[in-house]
Design a protein around this ligand. Structure first.
Ligand SMILES: *Cc1c(COP(=O)(O)O)cnc(C)c1O
Length: 384
């Protein structure tokens, strides 16, 4: 068997070694608490589950769905954008349902990146932007992010490389938990326009924000629709990671190109899941306030424990993570291994998100309060 270069050349899975150590630790009988993955522990709102149950018993949902998503779902997404951001979208041309937003991030790349083309990706960042670029034969170009620039790229300092086609941004951010304000998005749109880039904003965490901060949409920036698409997901907003449904919105030409790739690769989202998504987007949103309160309280538990351990972090304003500096003299991977060995707590080493993640670990807030407090007590008693 001879695998394709695009697969052979994938970087080794950075968490493989950690996963192996976690399995070994567990089999030694340790009570391991994993703060490694960001997968909401809270349930999907009951009215959404009920909508799925009802739709699943209707045989008309059992057939192939439309490639372009149910018109009612596209309208529901547009209606949500209008209410949430004051942005009017044409449901027919500016909204594309996705089988989870990750699917769309990768397939949009296939629509734009030819072999040799480049995409600007945040470093540290969600690995899918860089890997998706490489799978399409393109070259990811890192935009280095650091605490000094608020984990937001400084567009004056980025050389726009030849053949760059896409610019990826993600706020509130995985893994850094940084947020963006409208002025930043205005600059990003200006940069994209000046360099003929499609600005791709991943807004998976737009509804998970704290201390009264409300995340903007890139599409609120003047002229954004000429140069930008935004990805949304029901995964984190409605605790639906297992359901696989999201959407892309924005520039109609980019949306059409994405749909063209998809019609050739997949056959859309189960109609019953689409009906549940309509119930989520158009129904009561009060679960969101409760969800934010749960994560905010957990954030405070983590930030306080880290402070006691001598690791000072500004409380992040969004996402489901705390991006924590490691104690001096440790590497990201070394500190993650040490926490596992000595506290039986799993965190994600920052270098899993790019070389500039060195010096940090990502702590996920998606475990039950008592387990999170237990994990933080262990860290406190080891380092305070
Ligand atoms: C969780 C997450 C998503 C959501 O992916 P889905 O495929 O919609 O579940 C997208 N982007 C980032 C950065 C994420 O962390």
């Amino acid at each position: 068997m001879r695998l394709a270069r695009r697969v052979r050349n994938l970087p080794p899975y950075l968490f493989a070694e950690l996963d192996r150590k976690v399995a070994a630790k567990r089999s030694s009988g340790a009570d391991v608490i994993s703060l490694g993955v960001g997968d909401p522990d809270l349930p999907t709102p009951p009215h959404v589950v009920q909508a799925l149950q009802e739709a699943a018993t209707d045989p008309s949902t059992h057939r192939y769905p439309s490639y372009f998503g149910m018109p009612e779902l596209r309208r529901a997404v547009a209606g949500w954008y209008e209410r949430r951001f004051g942005v009017s979208l044409d449901p027919d041309t500016e909204v594309q349902p996705l089988i989870g937003s990750k699917e769309g991030l990768v397939h949009l790349t296939w629509a734009f990146v030819d072999p040799g083309d480049r995409a600007l990706v945040p470093d540290p960042g969600y690995p899918v932007y860089a890997i998706g670029t490489a799978l399409a034969g393109g070259e990811p170009v890192s935009m280095p992010l650091s605490a000094a620039n608020g984990f937001r790229p400084d567009f004056d300092a980025i050389p726009a490389p030849d053949r760059a086609k896409l610019l990826w941004l993600n706020y509130p951010s995985n893994p850094t938990a940084a947020v963006a304000d409208p002025a930043f998005f205005e600059r990003a749109v200006g940069f994209a326009r000046a360099h003929d880039l499609l600005l791709c904003h991943d807004a998976a965490y737009s509804e998970i924000t704290f201390d009264g901060f409300v995340a903007p949409s890139v599409l609120q920036a003047a002229g954004a629709r000429d140069v930008a698409v935004e990805f949304g997901s029901l995964s984190k907003t409605y605790n639906m990671t297992g359901w696989r449904i999201g959407y892309a919105v924005g520039n109609a030409e980019a949306i059409r190109a994405l749909a063209t790739v998809k019609t050739n690769l997949d056959s859309g989202v189960f109609d019953a899941v689409q009906r549940a998504a309509i119930a989520a987007l158009t129904g009561p949103q009060d679960h969101a306030e409760q969800m934010r309160a749960v994560y905010q309280k957990r954030r405070d538990v983590v930030v306080a424990a880290l402070a006691d351990a001598g690791l000072d972090v500004e409380p992040p304003l969004g996402s489901i993570y705390v991006w924590a500096p490691v104690p001096s003299g440790r590497t990201s991977e070394g500190f993650a291994a040490e926490l596992l060995d000595e506290a039986a707590v799993v965190v994600a080493p920052g270098t899993g998100y790019g070389p500039n993640g060195e010096g940090y670990v990502r702590i996920s807030l998606t475990v039950a309060d008592d387990r999170l407090e237990q994990a933080m007590d262990r860290i406190r008693s080891r380092y305070a």
